[in-house]
Design a protein around this ligand. Sequence first.
Ligand SMILES: *[C@@H]1O[C@H](CO)[C@@H](O)[C@H](O)[C@H]1NC(C)=O
Ligand SMILES: *[C@@H]1O[C@H](CO)[C@@H](O)[C@H](O)[C@H]1NC(C)=O
Ligand SMILES: *[C@@H]1O[C@H](CO)[C@@H](O)[C@H](O)[C@H]1NC(C)=O
Ligand SMILES: *[C@@H]1O[C@H](CO)[C@@H](O)[C@H](O)[C@H]1NC(C)=O
Ligand SMILES: *[C@@H]1O[C@H](CO)[C@@H](O)[C@H](O)[C@H]1NC(C)=O
Length: 370
Amino acid sequence: MASVKKILAIVVLIQCATLSESSRMLEKKKKKTDGNTFNVISFGAVGDGVEDDSKGFKDAWNAACGSSASSPMIDGNIIAPSEPSAWERKRNCHHWIGFKNFDGLFIQGSGTINGHGSKWWKLSCKDKNKGCHFRKPTGFMIANSKNVEIKGLTFEDSPKMHIAFENSISIHATDLTIKAPGNSPNTDGIHIQRSTNVTIDKTIIQTGDDCISIGPDTKNTLILETSNVVQVMESALAALELSDMNVEFVHGGHGYARNVKFERITSYASARPIVIDQFYCPHKQCKNQTSGVEISNVSYEEIHGTSHKEIAVQLSCSESTPCKNITMKNINLKNEDQNDNTLSYCHNAHGLRNGRVYPNVSCLRYDDSF
Ligand SMILES: *[C@@H]1O[C@H](CO)[C@@H](O)[C@H](O)[C@H]1NC(C)=O
Ligand SMILES: *[C@@H]1O[C@H](CO)[C@@H](O)[C@H](O)[C@H]1NC(C)=O
Ligand SMILES: *[C@@H]1O[C@H](CO)[C@@H](O)[C@H](O)[C@H]1NC(C)=O
Ligand SMILES: *[C@@H]1O[C@H](CO)[C@@H](O)[C@H](O)[C@H]1NC(C)=O
Ligand SMILES: *[C@@H]1O[C@H](CO)[C@@H](O)[C@H](O)[C@H]1NC(C)=O
């Protein structure tokens, strides 16, 4: 199968680009190509980090048609405009870079995708901020696609979540690095929803919110050999805002999250290393209500490291749809301060423990009917 490559050598700035299989097929192949390589610079991208190069990206993309497998290669830096007003001009722009309607897509490289989110973070609604902005763009989105692989890239400072997988099947994300400051709001590492057969491995995530969050209608998800890293903090205050290694199950609406496995994960002082929270309230303006999302068959195995807070394992499930078949095997999470104990908390969580589990999660209810 011929492979189509687009190579980015230097810093390019793009705004709100959605690349889709169908748009790729619209135009016929142009010149300015070197065999199977379609360099965005040859398609008008300036690459000085100032000029908006979105058009160069789209044109290179559209030119790279005629192949059933696509493989964009990103070796330079792609940066977003830093002013939130740049988004306002574009309607329906909920994400910065998006790939839609693909069957077979391999995105790789050693480059960095920088969402320049710091101005957005100040508009966060998390603390009832005046002039807050609910519609922050997601950094990078894969939607309505299947057989996608993403490898090697670094994602930084997204306005909101860094990566979202939506309505997709068979995604493999590997060797990624995702980072944003510990106090940046809602900058989840990877959010997965309405997707099946997603694997995330060998990934380092250090952000201001959940490392990985799982939304409704997600199944057969495997997360392994993933860790969060903590920078050396300059002040005690910064240390209180360490990134979470949270894996958060998101709520609202109905649906399910099932057959999810977290394995060989290291937590470095995350706020809450293991959390299922069906009472989730992201902006202090919602009622304390649970969702109808059914969470079942979630297993945690070989999870080690430290927790910033005393409660290292929190399983808050709803009365109407308790969590079922949550299994914990070989867990060891110590408090960040050496030798300090950690605790667990459960609400309507049913499941099993196996091997050495610390904190002991004795609140997990064993019940044959679940
Ligand atoms: C998910 O993967 C399993 C095992 O490889 C496979 O049997 C199943 O068909 C896949 N599901 C979808 C929706 O492709
Ligand atoms: C439970 O999830 C595991 C993955 O952790 C999967 O292998 C297994 O088949 C699932 N069990 C059922 C009954 O779906
Ligand atoms: C919401 O309700 C749950 C279950 O009753 C309780 O454990 C939790 O503390 C409540 N949260 C808030 C913010 O009131
Ligand atoms: C319960 O969890 C275990 C361990 O992950 C898995 O093997 C089993 O298939 C699950 N059962 C159901 C009914 O989901
Ligand atoms: C689990 O840990 C708690 C708190 O450390 C302790 O009180 C309890 O006795 C332990 N339960 C078991 C079964 O070891």
